[in-house]
Design a protein around this ligand. Structure first.
Ligand code: XUL
Ligand code: CO
Length: 448
């Protein structure tokens, strides 16, 4: 069964047509070959289509079942369905002309009756991926294992009270990591789907954290053993599905990695919707990860400001994205990471081409935002006022304080000297906000 040929209306990859493109799917801003700060836009943004939302999710919600009725979701031969799904997936990658994709083990291949069968299924589909990748442009940004859907994981995987569940999870991760390695994956992701708790009444918090530390250390050891060069990425999320997840936010993850001595090998995969759930902005989470040296990659999506759950909508907010990209580009841009569309179309978006429109619209929003970020950096719009604001710390006295050459008494004596009366200076917030808008509003040729 080859469903790809008739699934999408379009047969030619979506092309760049500039700001005045017509109604059909076209890139208005994502000109992949445009050089920005010494790299092609495509090499900066490193877009990835995710398998789980775009190919696996049937459109259900807690009150209703599937709405999409994808042909590969129906049948009696799970492996044939997985192959049909792969055909459509690679057709989607080709039409969007994206450089990367991502998947969980169970997105790609069905679980078998035993772990051995599941691993065999995964390897068979990995063979198919390998064959398809040989003649396609798309590469693997990252792979991961789903350690949260099956009922065995209802009380967690690494943090499960039962070491045999921990062991089963290790079996799944070894297979997913090795497949990721075989397919040339640039990173390997661990999202702690159920690494958290529902109630402290039945939870040994300290023990569970130690288990999680051990699990991540085992994955790091294995990565070195097989020669996998990319980083392991953990993905902060404060809640959902559990009421409290141990990977709460960037700050919490940093503390965890430091405590278990994992900072050398593990970085973070940051997601907009998770940042919002943690009570932070996306900008905050990225800026903090960059500041702490643990920034790895982005799951690009957006939550709904009025809803307290993970809606995983396609990212469309240009001003928000511009500030995030400003942060990343200012530190040199992505290395192994990229922009993974951990985003799903709404359950009423039932036309196959809704998948195309969603990705194209969000890729354009990202491109537009990225160009604004590069523009802001070129003009020093935010970086110059920031340097000015802190300039005292680069002077002799500032450096002496930070360098440990002043005691509290030295500082107090200086502050007590007659005439010592430092004056506050404006934070200029509204001026800076207007500057950002000016860059976001500029058109592609730099005018406007
Ligand atoms: C869930 C989530 C995951 C991870 C991969 O909220 O973001 O899809 O990105 O397991
Ligand atoms: Co995610």
């Amino acid at each position: 069964m080859n469903a790809s040929a008739k699934f999408f209306d379009a047969s030619a990859p979506v092309a760049f047509a500039g700001e005045n493109a017509g109604q059909g799917p076209a890139f208005r801003w994502y000109d992949r070959d445009r050089m920005v700060h010494g790299r092609r836009l495509e090499d900066h943004l490193r877009f990835a289509v995710c398998y789980w939302h775009s190919l696996c999710w049937p459109g259900g919600d807690p009150f209703g079942g599937e709405t999409f009725l994808r042909p590969w979701h129906h049948g009696t031969d799970a492996m044939a369905q997985a192959r049909a799904k792969a055909d459509v997936a690679f057709e989607l990658f080709r039409l969007l002309d994206v450089p990367y994709f991502t998947f969980h083990d169970v997105d790609a291949a069905p679980e078998g009756a035993s772990l051995a069968e599941s691993v065999a299924n995964l390897n068979a589909i990995a063979d198919l991926f390998e064959a398809k990748m040989a003649s396609a442009k798309v590469r693997l940004l990252w792979g991961t294992a789903n350690l949260f859907t099956h009922r065995r994981y209802m009380a967690g995987a690494a943090t499960n009270p039962d070491p045999e569940i921990f062991t089963y999870a290790a079996g799944q991760v070894r297979a997913a990591l090795e497949v990721t390695h075989r397919l040339g994956g640039q990173n390997y992701v661990l999202w702690g789907g159920r690494e958290g708790y529902e109630t402290l009444l039945n939870t040994d918090l300290k023990r569970e954290l130690d288990q999680l530390g051990r699990f991540v250390a085992l994955v790091v050891e294995h990565k070195h053993r097989i020669g996998f060069k990319g980083p392991i990425l953990i993905e902060p999320k404060p809640k959902e599905p559990t009421k409290h997840q141990y990977d709460f936010d960037v700050a919490t993850c940093y503390g965890f990695l430091e405590r278990y001595d994992l900072l050398k090998d593990v970085k973070l995969n940051i997601e907009q919707n998770h940042a919002i759930l943690a009570g932070h902005s996306f900008h905050h989470e990225v800026a903090l990860a960059e500041a702490l040296g643990v920034f790895g990659s982005l799951d690009i999506n957006r939550g709904d400001d009025l809803l307290g759950w993970d809606t995983d909508q396609f990212a469309m907010n240009v001003p928000e994205l511009a500030l995030v990209f400003h942060e990343i580009l200012n530190r040199g841009g992505f290395t192994s990471g990229g922009l993974n569309f951990d985003a799903k179309i709404r359950r009423q978006s039932i036309d196959p081409d809704d998948l195309i429109h969603a990705h194209v619209g969000s890729m354009d929003a990202c491109a537009r935002a990225f160009l604004a970020a590069a523009d802001m950096l070129d003009a020093g719009a935010l970086t110059a006022p920031l340097a000015k604001r802190y300039e005292g710390w680069s002077g002799p006295e500032g450096r002496a304080i930070l360098g440990g050459q002043r005691s509290l008494a030295d500082l107090a004596d200086r502050a007590l000297q007659p005439g010592f009366d430092p004056q506050p200076r404006s934070g200029r917030q509204e001026y800076l906000e207007s500057l950002v808008n000016r860059h976001v509003w500029r058109s592609a040729d730099g005018t406007g």
